[in-house]
Design a protein around this ligand. Structure first.
Ligand SMILES: [Zn+2]
Length: 108
């Protein structure tokens, strides 16, 4: 009882003290090693370098997955609204994986 933070983060101020100014959310992500500024989950997802990388990975990996999973459907030309929905979801998977990975690696 009493000790909230158990991680060794003595070089950084305790994350529970940081709140994001726009939404008063807990700010626990840091991508800039030169600054002690912490970001909330929304700001971390929209952080330019994280967002750009996730988008690029989504385009590359998502396109490969669509080629593997829907390639025959695309070649046949029998594209339905369900196929389009599946293609959109296929692009979302690598985007989410990349973003979650970046956020979990940069959580302080
Ligand atoms: Zn924020």
């Amino acid at each position: 009882m009493g000790q909230i933070e158990t991680e060794d983060s003595s070089h950084i101020a305790k994350s529970s003290e940081h709140r994001c100014p726009h939404g008063n959310r807990r700010a626990v992500y840091s991508f800039d090693r030169t600054s002690e500024k912490l970001l909330c989950v929304q700001c971390a997802i929209l952080y330019p370098s994280v967002f750009r990388r996730s988008l690029a990975i989504s385009v590359i990996v998502g396109s490969l997955l669509i080629l593997i999973n829907q390639g025959d459907v695309l070649l046949r030309g029998s594209i339905t609204s369900l196929v389009i929905l599946k293609m959109c979801l296929t692009y979302m998977v690598p985007f989410c994986v990349s973003t979650i990975s970046a956020l979990s690696a940069n959580r302080v």
